[in-house]
Design a protein around this ligand. Structure first.
Ligand SMILES: Cc1cc2nc3c(=O)[nH]c(=O)nc-3n(C[C@H](O)[C@H](O)[C@H](O)COP(=O)(O)OP(=O)(O)OC[C@H]3O[C@@H](n4cnc5c(N)ncnc54)[C@H](O)[C@@H]3O)c2cc1C
Length: 255
């Protein structure tokens, strides 16, 4: 299928979701005719090309919510204080109503499939938007555990999860510095009974540790596991994409 043409969207508002998360609401004429029910899907935000290159600089973000003529995008902040943040973060912290941005996509959401006895979910702040969407859509009788890595206590936000789904917060002031945190929390929780579905997205090294646990040690099959690297410590999105591709090629089980 042909890729949808990028749209020029207008910043409607910017607000703080938590100290380390900013929400930018996009809308305007460019959103006219946007496909419905895209929450949880992703967009490619387009920034000016780097010097010496012609293509725009792309950054991938989740559609946290969609309303008539509006989408919300939540940005986990990083590197703002010490000047090592990237173009997306720099843009988000200074975005003002009326600013415009080219937006590619939408790309497909990765929801939690119905019918499992227990949902094991884990992610860092970059995955909180997708995880929030998935938990909102989950059957209200579902059981599960969600482990979320945040930068500080105050980054705990309200998430509309079914009553039987517990949320555990793990604080790490330096994202990417302790890749073992999420997998350790999953291990400490023990292995639940019944048919399990696991969903995890995080920094690359943290993802690899979780993949080792969930796929290799616990034997979850592709139909029982979604796992993705959303970024890599020390690499920008372009370089991360290359590493991610190599890793996927090396890690895909033989069929
Ligand atoms: C499918 C998908 C959905 C995503 N959805 C979201 C989302 O909804 N919200 C969100 O915040 N992110 C999301 N991400 C992650 C986001 O695309 C990356 O964090 C991206 O690299 C940020 O771009 P940047 O321009 O700020 O930094 P870049 O220019 O890519 O990187 C600059 C530096 O910042 C570091 N860095 C990048 N991201 C982080 C981080 N989160 N924490 C600490 N250091 C970092 C890099 O390692 C690099 O050293 C998603 C990624 C994918 C693949």
């Amino acid at each position: 299928m042909a890729r949808p043409a990028p749209r020029t969207m207008t910043v409607l508002s910017r607000k703080e979701v938590s100290p380390s998360m900013i929400r930018v609401t996009l809308g305007g004429e460019g959103l006219a005719g946007y496909p419905e029910e895209q929450q949880g899907g992703y967009v490619k935000l387009m920034f000016p090309p780097r010097p010496g290159t012609a293509k725009p600089t792309l950054r991938t973000y989740t559609i946290r919510a969609q309303r008539e003529g509006e989408i919300d995008v939540d940005f986990a902040l990083h590197g703002v204080d010490n000047g090592v943040s990237g173009p997306a973060t720099n843009w988000a912290v200074t975005a003002n109503p009326g600013d415009t941005i080219e937006v590619g996509g939408p790309g497909q959401a990765k929801p939690l499939p119905e019918g499992f006895d227990f949902y094991l979910v884990a992610g860092d702040m970059t995955a909180i938007p997708a995880i929030s969407v998935n938990l909102e859509a989950l059957d209200r009788t579902a059981q599960g555990l969600v482990v979320l890595e945040i930068q500080r206590e105050e980054d705990r936000i309200a998430i509309d999860a079914p009553e039987g789904v517990a949320i555990q917060w793990v604080v790490n002031p330096e994202p990417g510095a302790k890749p073992e945190l999420l997998v350790e929390a999953l291990r400490a929780a023990g292995w639940p009974e019944g048919r399990i579905y696991a969903w995890a997205a995080s920094e690359f090294s943290a993802m690899r540790l979780m993949r080792g646990y969930l796929r290799e040690e616990r034997g979850l099959s592709p139909s029982e596991l979604y796992i993705s690297s959303y970024w890599k410590q020390g690499l920008d999105e372009e370089s991360h994409k290359l590493v991610k591709r190599e890793d996927l090629e090396a890690a895909t089980p033989e069929v």
